[in-house]
Design a protein around this ligand. Structure first.
Ligand code: PLP
Length: 468
């Protein structure tokens, strides 16, 4: 027979817990169904704890659980997190953070009305793309440009507009999947094009493309192998090289450069990511890229190119179906202005992170470690590597110094059963979730991807997760 202290029948009824404070007050601001669900949840948890040998909780304790369950149910599931992974363009964490200027223009455009599609001079209807065209001409050298929802959409639109019902020549090594189910052969099929693969998986030459061109050929497609690297016995043709062939044989060339680098990554000890301006200068008819990878702006797909090809793209029905929304357009305009003013390195967060120097990263990591040790946490620093991420520059890293937390002989934290996985989970569960990475049994927090304005908050969250 259970004693009264561990008999679940001693728990209050749903109605009694509903009328206890502060649960009763919650009903004033929260839908009743949400509170009732939380009351049931609190009682369910208590029942299983009591059955497992725990003692009956007080009504106050049950009510406190109700309050936290309601808070959890009412909070948006989409939340800000602190990215301490060291992966700059982290797809799972929303890719590129926006610059202050971009944020301000997004807020302005989204929070009120704007001349999105109004020509203020004539009072006539305008085009949303007009806000981008001259900026894109300036920063890429192209004759014209527009933006759509994302780069996957941009590729689909370009192929549909220029090559539907005809043949598209692609290197076998580039008929690939670019993450998240974006497969070049599927996109070609969806666009109504016939895929003509040339070369082999590891080697394709210009002569392979040339031999495949027939009167049915609409387009030569180059896809930057963003997220993988073929090494060893390889040969491939670059977008600019393909542009020269296209010009000679009067066949259009589309170059999907992927990341949209407008600055040279090799200036930072990384491999050289193909640059948009070079494909444009080489004469590609269309060049497309993402807005939220190395460009460092909002999610978008940018298409730039020659006037005639761009005209077909603009007129295609998919251009309307895939059009960019006003908030992303505003973010893209402000981001591109950083490039046109020559201040991208200093102002675009992605480029600030790429160009952050080792001494300043070391100083931040050591400052964090010192504070953490002051709270009794077993913290140190280690020289390790950050990554660009987002499917850019696979295998390429940037040297960094990270804060490390381990459980040494002196025991790292005050928890009963200290474990690195447990600490990582508590950091993710905090008020502002912090995401780090685990390497060789240590939790690493890399300052490169933590915005300087987030330093104090990161430390507060670490303290709560590790010491309580
Ligand atoms: C990332 C990438 C895409 C897809 O771009 P999204 O903006 O994510 O839609 C397409 N092609 C290449 C080469 C890429 O790197």
């Amino acid at each position: 027979m259970p004693s009264a202290a561990n008999d679940p029948r001693g728990l209050p009824s749903v109605d009694r817990l509903l009328s206890a404070e502060p649960v009763a007050s919650l009903l004033l601001s929260t839908p009743r169904s949400v509170v009732v669900e939380a009351v049931r949840g609190s009682l369910r948890l208590a029942r299983s704890e009591v059955l497992a040998g725990g003692t009956l909780p007080s009504t106050d304790a049950l009510a406190a659980v109700v309050v936290s369950l309601v808070a959890e149910a009412e909070a948006p599931t989409l939340r800000r997190v602190i990215n301490a992974t060291g992966v700059i363009v982290h797809t799972n964490l929303g890719r590129a953070p926006l610059s202050d200027d971009a944020l301000a223009l997004v807020t302005q455009a989204a929070g009120g009305y704007s001349n999105l599609e109004l020509d203020l001079e004539t009072g006539e209807r305008g085009s949303r793309h007009s806000h981008l065209a001259s900026l894109l001409r300036g920063v890429t050298g192209a004759e014209d440009g527009i933006a759509v929802n994302n780069n996957a959409g941009a590729v689909l639109l370009c192929l549909s507009a220029l090559a539907s019902g005809r043949e598209v020549v692609v290197s076998r090594g580039q008929a690939v999947e670019i993450g998240g189910g974006f497969r070049i052969p599927d996109v070609l099929r969806q666009s109504g094009c016939t895929l003509v693969e040339v070369g082999t998986t590891n080697r394709t030459y210009l002569s392979d493309y040339e031999a495949a061109i027939t009167p049915r050929t609409a387009l030569l497609l180059h896809v930057h192998p963003s997220n993988f690297r073929v090494s060893g016995f390889t040969h491939s043709v670059s977008g600019p090289e393909l542009a020269a062939l296209g010009r000679r044989l009067q066949v259009m060339v589309l170059d999907d450069v992927g990341s949209g680098a407008l600055l040279d990554t090799s200036a930072f000890g990384l491999a050289r990511e193909p640059m948009v301006q070079e494909s444009v200068a080489a004469g590609c008819d269309l060049v497309c890229f993402s807005g939220d990878k190395l460009l460092g702006g909002p999610q978008a797909g940018v298409i730039v190119g020659k006037r005639e090809a761009m005209e077909s793209v603009r007129r295609h029905p998919l251009a309307r179906a895939l059009r960019i929304d006003k908030a992303s357009l505003a973010g893209l305009v402000a981001t591109l202005r950083h490039y046109s003013r020559g201040e991208a390195l200093a102002r675009v967060p992605v480029w600030r992170m790429i160009s952050a120097d080792l001494p300043s990263l070391r100083a931040r990591a050591e400052g964090w470690a010192e504070q953490a040790r002051g709270w009794g946490i077993c913290a140190s620093t280690v020289e390790t590597a950050s990554a660009v991420g987002g499917g850019s520059l696979p295998g390429e890293t940037l040297p960094t110094v990270a804060l490390t937390i381990g459980f040494g002989a002196e025991r790292a934290v005050g928890q009963d059963a200290p474990s690195i996985d447990g600490l990582a989970a508590r950091l993710r569960a905090g008020r502002t979730p912090v995401v780090g990475r685990i390497e060789r049994g240590l939790l690493l927090l890399d300052p490169r991807t933590v915005l300087p304005s987030e330093d104090a908050e990161l430390l507060a969250m670490l303290r709560l997760a590790a010491v309580g």
